[in-house]
Design a protein. Structure first.
Length: 295
């Protein structure tokens, strides 16, 4: 999160350290004529069948039981946190977790990264108030390199996802990716699949199977470059972009990364595409992973 966004979030946050008790609002007495009309209308109106209770409910500015993961958190005032939450049906939301840093807070041990949560919040501004979070369980913890890969995924989501923009399929892909990392599946392949899914779900991924110049299908034995905004075209001598075999592009669309050349070329291509869509902003966790691989 940038400094500008952080300042805006803190400026928008309420000044109280604890949530205010809700006040009962007593409406003013209505005129007698209005009461008579209302009574007649209510008598004539058919009774409505009550809705069956559901695990997830939305009441205006209240959300309850929303599947979520903590992407990032940082201190706010003396006892609270501001957390970036990735939710299935509301996308990335910013919440104040009041009192979460207190020793006996129920939220203290719950708001951990890579752990599935059932979350509830209230508010209609960009910075809302967390009212409840419960650990759901069912996932193995990430360790060693898998843990760093998880932080890399979170950094991508924080920097590429707009606030309050729902991506339920990407959320499901995120859960699957964490499970794959926890079960020690090959990190390079797992990350390439997620990176590609992220660009597709955010609407910036080009079709890798069709040449933008000939309008024909990509040929496996032809070398291409990929225009970040449009898609692949045959390479030229002066192209500064990474060169990729047509087979690699076709393999990426099929999510087939068994070929060593496909793994190497897709890594360079995704690094180039992500840098473009990030506007050149560095990814700190990626640099850490690169440094570790060089040890």
């Amino acid at each position: 999160m940038s400094t500008t966004t952080l300042d805006a979030d803190i400026a928008a946050a309420p000044s109280q350290a604890e949530p205010e008790a809700e006040r009962e609002v007593v409406p003013a007495p209505a005129p007698a004529a209005t009461i008579a009309v209302s009574a007649a209308a209510s008598t004539a109106a058919p009774a409505k069948r009550p809705r069956a209770p559901s695990r997830e409910r939305t009441f205006g500015t209240k959300v309850a039981g929303q599947p979520a993961f903590v992407l990032h958190s940082y201190p706010y005032k003396e006892t609270s946190l501001i957390i970036d939450l990735f939710t299935r049906d509301f996308g990335r939301v910013a919440l104040i977790a009041k009192g979460a840093k207190r020793p006996h807070s129920q939220l203290r041990g719950v708001l951990q990264t890579f752990q599935p949560l059932s979350s509830s919040w209230v508010g209609k501004s960009e910075l809302r108030t967390l009212t409840d979070a419960e650990w759901v369980g069912g996932m193995l913890p990430l360790e060693k390199t898998a843990l760093l890969c998880g932080f890399y995924l979170n950094e991508l989501l924080v920097k590429l996802l707009a606030r309050d923009d729902a991506h339920p399929r990407l959320f499901d892909h995120y859960v699957a990716t964490l499970n794959q990392l926890a079960h020690n599946e090959p990190a390079p392949i797992v990350l390439r699949k997620f990176e590609r899914a992220l660009l597709k779900e955010t609407g910036v991924a080009a079709d890798l199977t069709r040449c933008i110049e000939t309008r024909r299908a990509v040929q496996a034995d032809v070398v291409y470059v990929v225009d970040p905004e449009r898609g692949p075209r045959p390479e030229r001598a002066a192209d500064p972009w990474p060169r990729v075999a047509g087979k690699t592009l076709l393999d990426m669309e099929r999510e087939d990364y068994q070929d060593a050349a496909t793994q190497a070329q897709s890594k360079q291509l995704m690094r180039f595409l992500l840098a473009h869509h990030l506007g050149g902003a560095p990814l700190n966790t990626r640099q850490i992973l690169i440094d570790l691989m060089q040890l």
